[in-house]
Design a binder for this molecule. Structure first.
Ligand code: S3P
Length: 165
């Protein structure tokens, strides 16, 4: 079983992945954390200061390639993995199933209002354009679309599990 969570920043991928990994007793792979390890940084602002968005996107491909043949895990991706087809192509190898956590921009905006950890969410207007630009990509890559609005993390995790492996 290889569960891959995709969705915009603030859609709850990390929390849902953590809960899923606990329910299934499988490792949780946090792609952003692996980017920090590989770039010797502590957070995304440092990654961008070091090499801009390009560095992040390069690291995402490298990590996806490393985990291409992995199995029995839950993978929480960064919101921008849909920007490079290779990333999800690698992650999906084997029996990877992609779940898109679909969350309205309004909710995301409220969740991230006081969060300054995301370089691509510094300007609300730009973030909203990015959201609309990426929406068709998330839909395209998803094996299953999970409407996450008004659902708890546990409910979303249960819904994902209901699709089986
Ligand atoms: C990004 C999403 C972030 C992180 C980086 C860029 C994006 O991950 O990878 O700040 O391009 O959408 P989260 O989706 O976990 O916030």
């Amino acid at each position: 079983m290889k569960l891959i969570l995709i969705g915009f920043m603030g859609s709850g991928k990390s929390s849902v992945a953590k809960t899923l990994s606990q329910l299934l007793t499988l490792p949780c792979i946090e792609m952003d954390e692996l980017v920090f390890q590989k770039t010797n940084t502590q957070n995304m602002n440092e990654v961008f200061a070091k090499g801009g968005e390009l560095l992040l996107r390069e690291m995402e491909v490298i990590i996806a390639k490393e985990y291409a043949l992995s199995d029995n895990n839950v993978i929480s991706t960064g919101g921008g993995v849909v920007m490079n087809k290779l990333v999800l192509d690698y992650l999906k190898i084997g029996n990877g199933k992609i779940f898109f956590l679909n969350t309205p921009f309004q909710t995301i905006k409220e969740r991230l209002a006081h969060d300054f950890s995301r370089p691509l969410f510094k300007n609300e207007g730009e973030a909203e354009s990015l959201y609309h630009m990426r929406q068709p990509l998330y839909l395209k890559y998803a094996d299953h679309i999970i409407e996450s609005e008004k659902k708890s993390v546990e409910e979303i995790a249960e819904e994902i599990l209901s699709y089986g492996s």
